[in-house]
Ligand binder design. Structure first.
Ligand code: HEC
Length: 107
């Protein structure tokens, strides 16, 4: 029983929850990723409105929920509630970068 309890943190680290995903993100790469994949619909910078009015500006996303939660959604291919938005399959590194970039918009 004791050894099982000790295993739990290791499993959590290995599986990498959203927090783990966000740890090593590089905001610059995240911004480039957003520019290439998201900017035709979303406003991705600190100013400006989205090219597609229905798409929320990225700087507003953190007002809805912690951007770390996005890591999970993105890993599964963000789909829920995205009728218009294409489904993306991003790698863990790309997700971490993107989340790191979104965090820079909170300040
Ligand atoms: C073809 C247009 C389009 C592209 C490209 C696009 N989105 Fe979206 N996105 C939307 C629209 C429209 C909405 C809001 C309506 C909806 O939720 O269906 C949205 C909503 C979102 C939301 C908010 C979800 C919520 O629950 O509040 C997030 C986060 C998001 N997009 C992330 C991204 C990311 C990251 C990319 C690039 C990898 C991206 N989007 C690319 C159209 C797009």
């Amino acid at each position: 029983m004791l050894s099982l309890l000790r295993l739990v943190p290791a499993v959590v680290i290995l599986c990498g929850g959203p927090a783990a995903l966000a740890r090593d993100g590089r905001p610059e790469s995240g911004r480039a990723l957003a520019q290439a994949n998201c900017a035709r619909c979303h406003a991705i910078g600190r100013t400006g409105s989205s090219p597609l009015a229905a798409a929320p500006p990225f700087r507003a996303i953190h007002q809805r929920y912690p951007v770390e939660q996005l890591a999970e959604a993105l890993a599964e291919g963000i789909e829920t509630g995205h009728a218009v938005m294409p489904e993306f399959q991003l790698g863990q590194t790309q997700i971490a970068d993107l989340v790191a970039y979104l965090k820079t918009l909170e300040r």
